[in-house]
Design a binder for this molecule. Structure first.
Ligand code: TYM
Length: 332
């Protein structure tokens, strides 16, 4: 049996996913659904660790589903569902919290970064326990692979540590998952600040390329991307982070090698190069945006698809949870 289990999740925290989400993770989600048993989860419970506005939150969850389907996640090939529809995530999350040490949870960089922003005292407890819920997401499905961007590596390490600890203390229960993190694209940078990762919570709107943005808006963002000293189109992350980021974006979407692109733009200026990047990005995203908008016109259909996904997910999740409870000695 060569089929592997795949699990990943994404937060519905904005109206649109950005190109970092796509190149770091979602593109691999689409590829991995062929020949594997893939589970993809819109992690709405994780999103509660930030500010939410209920009507907008609901809209964003559905917009997330529409975008995932539009960019190629097939509800027939893979299991697409919403985290809060499968209660086992919370249930195993609690077990993971009881397994994790305060010290190791305190060392999670995502928690440290996010809590540092508003001051550690005002950070939510949910932000602290976030990685244990993420571990539950992964372990419930006995995933072999977890396709994510570089920023999630530490959470996957923690997941492996928790699984190892549980298995050795209470008997073999969980498969140890591996991160599926590509070299190119695992970290896409902000266009305005090419040393910071492209991020939904980043301050710079102009630096984030959104799937649902209009072609005009994305063209404008690319054309006004911060570039580096000199005028050579060359991949050099240290000296030329802006141009290197644009090269990565072009290469990942067009499938052309970086060397090939460097050759094509030899002797030409940054302006020509940015124009070419804009065209590749806009043409790539155009049908995805159109399809997502179309899907959003039939909300009931989208919700039905998500309910069907949750049914399928629950079968696997409840079986793992039941083994976990049994191995822990909880009375049935
Ligand atoms: P989230 O919602 O922040 O991001 C979704 C995915 O996008 C990747 N990503 C990036 N990749 C490259 N460059 C970037 N600039 C960039 N920004 C984001 C992220 O690495 C991620 O793969 N904790 C997770 C959600 C989660 C999860 C899970 C993931 C919850 N449970 C279980 C995997 C398995 C997160 O915040 O992703």
């Amino acid at each position: 049996m060569t089929q592997k289990r795949v699990l990943s999740g994404i937060q519905p925290t904005s109206d649109s996913f950005h190109l970092g989400n796509y190149l770091g993770a979602l593109k691999q989600w689409v590829e991995l659904q062929d020949g594997n048993d893939a589970f993809y989860c819109i992690v709405d419970l994780h999103a509660l660790t930030g500010e939410i506005e209920p009507a907008l939150f609901r809209k964003r969850t559905l917009a997330s589903a529409a975008q995932l389907i539009a960019l190629g996640i097939s509800p027939e090939k893979s299991t697409l569902f919403v985290q809060s529809h499968v209660a086992e995530h919370n249930q195993l999350g609690w077990i993971m919290e009881c397994l994790a040490g305060f010290g190791e949870a305190s060392r999670m960089t995502q928690f440290k970064d996010k809590s540092a922003k508003g001051g550690a005292d005002s950070a939510r407890v949910g932000l602290f326990t976030y990685p244990m819920l993420q571990a539950a997401d992964i372990l419930l499905y006995q995933a072999h692979y977890v396709p994510v961007g570089e920023d999630q590596r530490q959470h996957i390490e923690l997941t492996r540590d928790l699984a190892t600890r549980f298995n050795s203390r209470f008997g073999e229960t969980f498969r140890l998952p591996e991160g599926y993190i590509l070299k190119a694209g695992a970290k896409i940078y902000d266009l305005q600040e090419p040393t910071a990762k492209m991020s939904k919570s980043s301050g710079s709107v102009a630096g984030v390329l959104e799937i649902m943005d209009t072609p005009e808006a994305n063209t404008k963002k690319i054309k006004s991307a911060a570039t580096d000293a000199g005028r050579e189109v060359k991949f050099d992350e240290k000296e030329k982070p802006g141009i290197s980021n644009l090269l990565t974006i072009h290469s990942s979407l067009s499938g052309r090698s970086i060397a090939d692109l460097e050759n094509e733009f030899e002797g030409k200026g940054y302006g020509d190069f940015k124009g070419a990047v804009a065209e590749v990005v806009v043409e790539y995203l155009r049908p995805i945006r159109t399809k997502a908008l179309e899907l959003l016109e039939d909300e009931k259909h989208l919700i039905d698809l998500l309910h069907e996904g949750a049914e399928k997910a629950r079968v696997v999740a409840s079986s793992t949870l039941s083994d976990t409870y049994k191995n822990l000695g909880l009375v049935k």
